[in-house]
Design a protein around this ligand. Structure first.
Ligand code: FHN
Length: 398
């Protein structure tokens, strides 16, 4: 579960009566709101409905295994108690609580891993952070000072005050690889088990190969065409924004999310699915409902997702199915049911040796199959067991 939560949830996409185009957490930039004006949002931020246990419970019900929340996004507002600025949720809002602390405790109790998103480069509030050209004279900025005397000490706070941190999710890119390396070494020195997102060095694959991030972070909402051998993750929105926007109702259906999840796993990746809580501290109902539906599907089909990865062969992009794989088992996820009762798995004769085929949710009844040249033909009933994704397990001889 990716969580984008901050002061931007207060305007929720509307500034001075105008709907501001673009993603919700970028409202300060898109409406060119001055630091002085934007700071006032803190006085209005009182998310009394926030309940860490409920969020963690929802993530677990949705079948998620880790949570990454914005500790500081590009607007510079800190969602944790920090001694390096008063511009933080404990000191600047009527709420006065530290949600990261509460979430870290709830995650520990429930056995969910917790990570922090931290905007290491863009900071529209800090006079030496990058990106705010409407308030500051960029030529006078001292990025190194911001980086060494603000970013690194805050990262240290995150790594030392909240228990084990599974992931540090740096974003965009650090301006030069040397600084990315400095930050990486700093993190690993304090917390050797923390995983660092590939975006510490940028989105590109070659940067990751230089050893800056621990895995490839795909560009937002972009699933690669083919399987990828290295570790990778894709962040994905449930509608068209990360931070809450009151009028964005363009929700993906639960079926679409399940198919996205399968697509990602079939290419060897991890899905980091976003929610944007409101200024009251609630995960929007439509998001929660989608996640619960996905969780229901995972309860009966999770075997084909958790610990599974890409099959050792490519599936044609226009095939009506996707394959996930574990040693000894191939899972065929059927999105488009065959009208003639014959499901054709293309070009696998040289790749797999089937022993038995059956529906994942009905393991006692075997399905018949035969070969047609290099294609495997599985005999299936007229109707799918699950119209969104019926999973057929093929047990393999190895
Ligand atoms: O600019 C951010 C954006 O607001 C959001 O946080 C996403 C999430 O992956 N990352 C950046 C753009 O890639």
């Amino acid at each position: 579960m990716f969580i984008h939560w901050g002061l931007y949830a207060v305007p929720a996409g509307v500034w001075e009566g105008r709907c501001i185009p673009g993603i919700g957490e970028w409202i300060m930039y898109n409406a060119k709101i001055s630091v002085k004006e934007y700071e006032k949002l803190a006085e209005k931020f009182n998310p009394i409905k926030f309940n860490a246990r409920e969020w963690v419970h929802l993530a677990k019900e949705a079948g998620m295994k880790y949570m990454v929340i914005t500790a500081k996004h590009h607007d510079g507002f800190c969602m944790f108690n920090t001694k390096y600025t008063d511009y933080n949720i404990v000191k600047a809002t009527p709420f006065k609580r530290d949600p990261l602390k509460e979430l870290s405790e709830a995650c520990r109790e429930e056995g969910l891993k917790l990570g922090f998103y931290y905007s290491q480069t863009l900071d529209w509030h800090h006079p030496d952070g990058m990106g705010n050209f409407w308030d500051y004279d960029l030529s006078k900025q001292n990025f190194l000072k911001y980086f060494r005397e603000y970013v690194k000490p805050q990262v240290e706070e995150l790594l030392t005050n909240y228990g084990p941190v599974a992931v540090l999710w740096f974003d965009i890119t650090t301006p030069i690889p040397e600084l990315a390396r400095e930050l990486r070494d700093f993190v690993l020195n304090l917390s050797p088990n923390t995983i660092i997102s590939g975006r510490i060095g940028g989105y590109l694959r070659y940067v990751m190969c230089k050893g800056l991030g621990d895995y490839i972070s795909m560009p937002d909402n972009q699933i690669p065409d083919k399987r990828i051998e290295e570790y990778w993750e894709v962040p994905m929105t449930l509608n068209d924004t990360w931070g809450y926007k009151s009028y964005d109702h363009n929700w993906k259906s639960p079926g679409r999310v399940i198919q996205i999840l399968v697509d990602v796993v079939s290419k060897g990746g991890n899905l980091l699915l976003n929610v944007g809580p409101t200024a009251e501290g609630e995960i929007p109902k439509p998001s929660a409902n989608i996640l619960l539906e996905v969780g229901r599907w995972l309860k009966s089909n999770g075997e084909s997702i958790y610990g599974a990865g890409a099959a050792p062969f490519n599936t044609p992009t226009d095939a009506p199915y996707k394959c996930t794989y574990k040693p000894g088992k191939l899972y065929v996820h059927v999105f488009g049911w065959p009208w003639n009762g014959r499901l054709r798995i293309f070009e696998v004769k040289d790749e797999i040796e089937p022993e038995r085929a059956f529906f994942l949710t009905a393991p006692h009844e075997s399905l018949e199959y035969n070969w047609d040249k290099k294609d495997l033909i599985i005999h299936v009933p007229e109707k799918p067991l699950d119209p969104i994704d019926t999973v057929i397990t093929i047990q393999l001889r190895e």
